[in-house]
Each structure stands twice: as structure tokens, then as C-alpha cells.
Design a binder for this molecule. Structure first.
Ligand SMILES: NC(=O)c1ccc[n+]([C@@H]2O[C@H](COP(=O)([O-])OP(=O)(O)OC[C@H]3O[C@@H](n4cnc5c(N)ncnc54)[C@H](O)[C@@H]3O)[C@@H](O)[C@H]2O)c1
Length: 273
């Protein structure tokens, strides 16, 4: 028996990376899934690979009319919408002075306005069928600060705020709203911004594994799989009392730092800094 048997879900940004991994896990667990994205060929091919339980839908999350079309089609073919995963996002890396107002607005539209429009679009459909679960994919950059990501981090902090406000407003409709805050994702997202010579996959694996007891046992696919499992946990009936929560999956990155010279420093963390 699957943990998503009988459920239907919309997953945004599902043409590749974490979104594709979430859609795949949902389908394996028995859900019927609508994959939304702006990369149509890629999205169509992921949906085709998942089989009859999946359908691709062109969905630019920053457009309210695209959301209306997606929700209309999901209701038509699935009859109901039980789960929404707001996963689609853009990254921009640059110092504050290098980052333009246009960069900030571009990321705002996809990473912040997009999830707001999505929640707004599915709320009545979920209400009519007795409730649902919404999971917003934020980031460890929405829990801590980091240089170079002012446009991105501000949207991810905002998404946690949206999560809490929506959880409060929608509780009466039996709709739970939670956030997952990963450190790891698709290395292709950050690769275009990294200096030449830096291996984006290795850098992502290093950051995501810093406090793990045996980080060498985990590749990037393992980290992304765990993010998908965290989303599944919150989207399914596994944890019906979780709402307004931030589930941080970051290999301990946001725990703090190891202070050399103080007790416990020697064994703390398994990777040299
Ligand atoms: N990559 C990382 O290192 C990392 C780390 C922490 C959190 N995250 C978060 O994980 C989530 C998934 O990212 P990923 O790592 O799989 O990267 P990714 O770039 O592979 O996935 C993002 C997806 O969003 C889609 N997308 C972009 N603009 C869109 C729009 N307007 N409408 C619909 N879809 C759109 C892209 O086409 C892509 O398929 C994002 O929310 C991201 O912020 C990523």
C-alpha cells in the first residue's frame, strides 16, 4: 500500500531536479501527479517516464492565468486536488551592488509570488473536498544568512512567512501548510554562477554533508532523495499534526559553527573546514 494512495498532487518545477524527484516518489507511493514547469520538453518526458499516473502541464507559476488553467485541468482529470508542492524557483548569485532591481523582481515573481498564487488557486478546490496539504520548498538560505544571495534568500525567508500565514488561515478548512528547507538540490541551479574550476556537484555534496557522521556515504542524489522524502512526509497522512512547520534538511549546516579550542571541537563534524 502506497503512502499517497488515492491522492492527487500538483508539483511545480517538476521538469528536473528536486521537483522531478518529488513527483517520482509521489507516483511510486500511489499518487496521481500533475507536473508543472516552463521547460516543456523536459517536463513532458519526465511525466511520460512516470506513466499513466502522471501528466505534464505548462505552468509558469508567476502567472495567475496559468494557475487557473492548471487547477481547472487537475480538477477535470483527477476530480480533486489533495496536495500542492510549491517547488519551482530561480536562483541568482551576486553581491548586493551587483544585483539589479530586475534580478530581485524576477526572483520575487517566481519564488514568492508563485507560491502565493498557487496557494490562492488551490484553496477552494481543497476546501470543497474536505482539506489537503501544501508543502513549500524553501531553502536553508531561508533560515540563515549568506553573502551573494540577497535576491534568493529574501524570497525563501518570505516563503516561510507565507507558509505560517497560510497555515493559520487555512486550518479551518483542514488544509495543512508546511515548509521544507533543504541545503541540497540540483547542482545545475547554482552551476552557472560558480567560478570556473569549481565542481558544483562536489560543492553541493560538501555543504549538505558537513555534520553527517559518514558524509562520504551520501551523494547529491541521496540528499535530494531525502528532501523528496521530507516533502512526502508532510504531504501524506504520515504526520497529520504538522502544520506551519519548517522541516530543515541540511546535514546540520544551519546548526551553528564548531568553535576551535572549546571542548567538543575535536570530534564535532566529520569534515575539515
Ligand atoms: N539547487 C540547490 O542547491 C537548492 C538548495 C536549496 C533549496 N533549493 C530549492 O529546491 C527547489 C528545487 O530546485 P532544484 O534544486 O531542483 O533546481 P532546478 O533548477 O533543477 O529546479 C527548478 C525548476 O523550476 C522550474 N522553474 C523555473 N521558473 C519557473 C516558473 N516561472 N514556473 C514554473 N517552473 C519554473 C525550472 O524549469 C526547474 O525545472 C527550489 O525551490 C530551490 O530554491 C535548491
Amino acid at each position: 500500500m502506497g503512502r499517497m494512495d488515492g491522492k492527487t498532487a500538483i508539483v511545480t518545477g517538476a521538469a528536473r531536479g528536486t521537483g522531478a524527484a518529488i513527483a517520482r516518489l509521489f507516483a511510486e507511493e500511489g499518487a496521481r501527479v500533475m507536473l508543472g514547469d516552463v521547460r516543456h520538453d523536459l517536463g513532458e518526458s519526465v511525466a511520460a517516464d512516470l506513466g499513466v499516473s502522471a501528466v505534464y502541464q505548462p505552468l509558469d507559476v508567476s502567472r495567475a492565468d496559468d494557475w487557473d488553467a492548471a487547477v481547472g485541468r487537475a480538477r477535470e482529470i483527477f476530480g480533486r486536488i489533495d496536495v500542492l508542492v510549491n517547488n519551482a524557483a530561480l536562483l541568482h548569485i551576486g553581491s548586493i551592488e551587483e544585483t539589479t532591481p530586475e534580478d530581485v523582481e524576477r526572483l520575487f515573481r517566481v519564488n514568492q509570488l508563485g507560491p502565493f498564487l498557487g496557494i490562492r488557486a488551490v484553496a477552494s478546490a481543497m476546501r470543497e473536498t474536505g482539506g489537503g496539504a501544501i508543502v513549500n520548498v524553501a531553502s536553508s538560505d531561508g533560515v540563515k544568512g549568506m553573502n551573494g544571495v540577497v535576491a534568493y534568500a529574501s524570497t525563501k525567508w518570505a516563503l516561510r512567512g507565507i507558509t505560517k500565514s497560510a497555515a493559520m488561515e487555512l486550518a479551518r478548512d483542514r488544509i495543512r501548510v508546511n515548509a521544507v528547507c533543504p541545503e541540497a538540490g540540483n547542482h545545475e541551479m547554482s552551476a552557472p554562477f560558480l567560478p570556473p574550476g569549481i565542481d558544483s556537484k562536489r560543492a553541493a555534496e560538501f555543504n549538505a554533508g558537513q555534520l553527517l557522521p559518514a558524509p562520504e556515504h551520501y551523494g547529491l542524489d541521496d540528499h535530494v532523495r531525502d528532501v523528496a522524502r521530507a516533502v512526502l512526509f508532510l504531504a501524506s497522512d504520515d504526520c497529520p499534526t504538522a502544520t506551519a512547520a519548517d522541516l530543515v534538511i541540511d546535514g546540520g549546516l544551519t546548526a551553528g559553527y564548531i568553535q576551535p579550542g572549546l571542548p567538543g571541537a575535536e570530534g564535532g563534524g566529520s569534515r575539515p573546514r
